[in-house]
Design a protein around this ligand. Structure first.
Ligand SMILES: NCCCC[C@H](NC(=O)[C@@H](N)CCCCN)C(=O)O
Length: 457
């Protein structure tokens, strides 16, 4: 009898239950990450923010991750103390950061009070978002490692795809719900944040259930020969870090990651405003259009993940997704193309791209990097990616304010031409294609197995 069968991870109900629990925590995190995006026009109109303020505030998500190496520290903690404590800390940090952001938006501050050249409100909201961003990103690497722990040798890409799909429901709600919630609460712009905060607390509490499951898994793994993978045994070492850095495949995937995501998530931060300005959509409905993007990914990410599990072709999937990005942002950039049906099609296609690349990229990390270095590797990839999540929204905000205003100075409503921002997003797409090809080439030479199925026969 195969003793490996006795581990808890070998029981489908157990591993899928673990996945559901951690997915709920991430869902809440993704909802909060993007909840302010559809509110950009309102922040400008009601609270007097500028595009520059908005870009700066949005970039705060990555501040601590990038400059204080919080992902790196999170990765070390994860590898040292394991997913139980790290996940609890991370989701607690999410709640703290979100509370501060809510406080900033829900209150008014004396006029003229500034911090770092921004109004006190913008600065406090940014600080809250920076704290939250640290928590949600560390939670992201923790969940990645949890999935590998439970699903390696099983439906790993499908599981990662489903987790991301559930998280995308959070993004979907973040696009479609906030303006409706504001409306329902008679123009209270902080109401969507309060709603999200409650969800985050639920996500935090649900993580306690995972902790119980993880303890049981560890106990069951101690009993089997070939599954001795307890958290305490996987310590961080600088040797591991050196090994990760010395791996060319790691760099290709990390650079592809920052380029690809730089043209998707920062785009989402401005998408509502873009559709209002370019396609003339009514502000109350403009959030619905970017909401279509995560909608498609809900179904497609697990489908593409399943294809990768069974058929392989991971590197090719990433190339196709990157090429799609170039086409989509290229068409968005064309001036005069203002047909709403076209916008819907392009957003849906962006959803396809956002399903293709992540469904193949994340499971591929586990093929390039040995499991004991995975915590370190995921944290370093997220660190590289956070430069884009931080820098690109800031860049777009500055570009909009400096070069794209089309309304007369002092006009009640500021309007923008999004041509240059869309060209910037397209540029990231072009570079993604280059790095996706480099990755495929490296796979051929080094034999990572990116074109091979994930599932054991
Ligand atoms: N197993 C890894 C899954 C990562 C999913 C990936 N998330 C990220 O890259 C995060 N670092 C940033 C999320 C920003 C959310 N708006 C994803 O595709 O969502």
């Amino acid at each position: 009898m195969n003793t490996a069968q006795k581990s808890l991870r070998d029981k489908p109900v157990a591993r899928w239950s673990a996945l559901i629990i951690v997915s709920i925590t991430m869902f809440c995190g993704y909802f909060f990450t993007d909840v302010m995006s559809p509110l950009k026009p309102l922040l400008e109109k009601d609270l007097g923010w500028t595009s520059g303020d908005y870009g700066w505030f949005t970039s705060a998500y990555g501040w601590f991750n990038v400059f204080f190496f919080m992902l790196f520290i999170g990765g070390i903690i994860l590898d040292k103390v394991g997913a139980r404590i790290t996940g609890l800390l991370a989701s607690g940090i999410m709640v703290i950061g979100a509370s501060l952001k809510y406080y900033a938006i829900a209150n008014t501050f004396p006029e003229g009070a500034t911090i770092l050249g921004h109004s006190k409100q913008v600065a406090l909201a940014a600080l809250g978002f920076a704290i939250f961003g640290t928590g949600v990103e560390i939670m992201g690497i923790t969940v990645s490692k949890i999935i590998v722990r439970w699903f390696k040798g099983y439906e790993m890409a499908l599981a990662m795809g489903l987790q991301v799909a559930v998280a995308r429901i959070g993004t979907l709600l973040a696009m479609a719900a906030p303006l409706r919630i504001v409306d329902y609460f008679h123009g209270n712009i902080a109401a969507p944040l309060a709603f999200c905060l409650v969800l985050l607390i639920i996500g935090f509490l649900s993580y306690f259930v995972y902790i119980v499951m993880d303890k049981k898994l560890e106990a069951s793994m101690e009993k089997v020969e070939d599954g001795q993978e307890s958290d305490s045994e996987e310590g961080f070492s600088f040797k591991d870090l050196k090994a990760v850095f010395a791996n060319r495949g790691f760099w290709y995937i990390a650079i592809l990651c920052v380029l690809f995501y730089s043209s998707v998530f920062p785009f989402l931060k401005y998408a509502t405003d873009f559709f209002i300005n370019k396609f003339g959509m009514a502000p109350e409905r403009a959030g619905d259009l970017p909401g279509l993007l995560p909608l498609g990914t809900l179904f497609l990410t697990p489908i593409f993940g399943g294809i990768y599990d069974k058929v392989g072709k991971g590197a090719t999937i990433m190339i196709i997704g990157s090429i799609l990005l170039v086409l989509i942002h290229g068409l968005f950039a064309v001036e005069g193309l203002t047909n709403v049906t076209l916008a819907v099609i392009l957003v849906l296609l962006l959803g396809v791209a956002l399903s293709l690349v992540p469904s193949a990229m994340w499971p591929s990390v586990a093929k390039i990097i040995p499991e004991k270095q995975l915590g370190t590797a995921f944290s370093m990839i997220f660190w590289v990616q956070n430069w884009g999540l931080m820098g690109v929204p800031l860049l777009i905000g500055v570009v909009l304010e400096k070069f794209c205003i089309t309304s007369a100075p002092g006009a009640e409503k500021v309007t923008y031409n999004y041509h240059i921002p869309m060209l910037i997003f397209m540029g990231f797409g072009v570079l993604s294609v280059v790095f996706a090809f480099l990755l495929k080439n490296a796979d051929k030479k080094k034999g990572y197995g990116l074109e091979l199925p994930n599932m054991k026969k």
